[in-house]
Unconditional design. Structure first.
Length: 364
C-alpha cells in the first residue's frame, strides 16, 4: 500500500489495518465529544452553533472526511462506510435534542392548547372587483359578452369616432392625459383613455351587428384628487346594437341592473342630458336604497341617486364602426364603478380604493 501522510494530524501510516483503526478512533473520539456537548445544550441557538462547528461544511467532522480524497478505493470504502454511519447517528442525535428543546419550550410557556388558534390572514377580492364580477355575471346572463380596450389609446378612438372631432367643444368637458409623443403629422395623438367608450367603435369594427357587450376597465382623468375625485378610477360601459332597438329596451336593461344591485323595489328615472356620442342622451337615477325615495343624507333628500349616463347610439358613431344607421340602432350606457361601490358600502372617500390601506381592504 502507498505511503499515506495527513498534515492535519501529523502522522505517517503505511498499513491499511492500522490506518482504519486510527481513523475509527479519531471519529469515535469526535463523536463522544459532540455527544457530551449536546447533552448540555438548553436552547436552539447553542444547538445551531454546535451543528455548524462539527457538521458544517468547514466543521471538525468534515475535516476528517477530507482525507478520504487521497485514499485508494479500498480505503475509501472501509472508512467511508464508517464515517457515513457515524454522521447519520450524529444527525439523529441533533434532531433528538432539537425535539427535547421544543418540548421544554412549550411546557415553559404554559400554552393552553384548548384555546382557539390565531386567525390566518387570507387574501380576498378588492371591493371594486367584487361589484364588477357581480355585474359581469348579470350582463352575461342577458347575453352580453365582456370586452376590454387599450388603456393607452389613440385620439381617434378616444374622441373622433365618438362624435368628438378635433376642436369640438365637447372635449373641454374632461381633462386628458396626453402622451408626449408626436405622430408623423407632428401631433400629440396618444392619450390615456378618459372613458371605456373607446372600445365601442373597436367592438363594432371587429364584431359588426348585432352586438351586445360590456366593457369594464380603468380610466384616467387629469383631475385634482379629493374625497370625490381621483385621477385613476374604474368605469363600466354597456353597448347593444341590433335592428329596431329603442328606449324601452334600454330602460328595461337598466332597471334590471338597478334591481339586481339595490333590490326588487328599485325604480329608474331618466332625465335629458347631452352626451356627444348618443342622441338623445339621458341621466339615469335610481331610487335611494336607504330611504326608498323619502329623502335622506345619502340622496341629499331628493330620494334619487344619480348613477349613470345613457342614450341611443349616435348615427355618426355607428358609421365610424362600419354599421349602417339606417338598418341598425342601439343604446349605450356607462357609469363609474367607484361611485357605485361607494354608494353600496357607504364609503365616503374615493382615495381609499387606491390607498392599499389594509384597515379598509380587510372589511370586504
Amino acid at each position: 500500500m502507498e505511503f499515506f501522510y495527513k498534515k492535519e494530524y501529523n502522522f505517517k501510516i503505511n498499513d491499511l489495518f492500522y490506518f482504519i483503526l486510527f481513523m475509527q478512533k479519531q471519529l469515535q473520539n469526535l463523536k463522544q465529544e459532540i455527544v457530551n456537548q449536546l447533552n448540555k445544550v438548553k436552547n436552539n441557538s447553542v444547538l445551531r452553533d454546535l451543528e455548524i462547528k462539527y457538521l458544517g461544511r468547514k466543521g471538525e467532522f468534515t475535516k476528517i472526511l477530507h482525507c478520504l480524497k487521497d485514499l485508494t478505493v479500498q480505503e475509501k470504502k472501509e472508512i467511508g462506510e464508517m464515517a457515513n454511519r457515524m454522521k447519520k447517528e450524529l444527525q439523529e442525535k441533533f434532531e433528538e435534542i432539537k425535539n427535547i428543546i421544543a418540548k421544554n419550550t412549550v411546557e415553559q410557556k404554559n400554552i393552553d392548547v384548548t384555546l382557539p388558534g390565531e386567525k390566518i390572514s387570507q387574501g380576498h377580492l378588492h371591493p371594486i372587483t367584487i361589484i364588477q364580477n357581480e355585474l359581469e355575471n348579470l350582463f352575461t346572463s342577458m347575453g352580453f359578452m365582456v370586452l376590454d380596450g387599450p388603456e393607452l389609446e389613440s385620439d381617434y378612438y378616444n374622441f373622433e369616432t365618438l362624435n368628438m372631432p378635433k376642436h369640438h367643444p365637447a372635449r373641454d368637458m374632461q381633462d386628458t392625459f396626453y402622451i408626449d409623443q408626436k405622430n408623423k403629422q407632428g401631433e400629440y395623438d396618444l392619450v390615456m383613455r378618459t372613458h371605456t367608450s373607446n372600445a365601442q367603435v373597436r367592438a363594432m369594427q371587429k364584431y359588426g351587428a348585432p352586438l351586445k357587450c360590456i366593457v369594464p376597465g380603468r380610466v384616467f382623468r387629469n383631475e385634482a384628487t379629493d374625497v370625490r375625485h381621483e385621477h385613476t378610477f374604474y368605469q363600466f360601459e354597456g353597448l347593444m346594437i341590433d335592428k329596431d332597438i329603442n328606449f324601452s329596451q334600454m330602460k328595461g336593461v337598466l332597471e334590471s341592473m338597478g334591481q339586481f344591485l339595490y333590490g326588487p323595489d328599485t325604480k329608474l328615472r331618466l332625465r335629458p342630458k347631452f352626451y356627444p356620442f348618443v342622441e338623445p342622451g339621458v341621466n339615469g337615477e335610481f331610487s335611494c336604497f336607504v330611504c326608498h325615495g323619502k329623502g335622506c343624507r345619502l340622496c341629499k333628500n331628493s330620494g334619487w341617486l344619480e348613477i349613470l349616463g345613457a342614450g341611443l347610439v349616435h348615427p355618426n358613431v355607428l358609421r365610424a364602426g362600419g354599421i349602417d344607421p339606417k338598418k341598425y340602432s342601439g343604446f349605450a350606457f356607462g357609469f363609474g364603478l367607484n361611485r357605485l361601490v361607494m354608494l353600496k358600502y357607504g364609503i365616503n372617500d374615493i382615495r381609499l380604493f387606491n390607498s392599499g390601506d389594509l384597515r379598509f381592504l380587510e372589511q370586504f
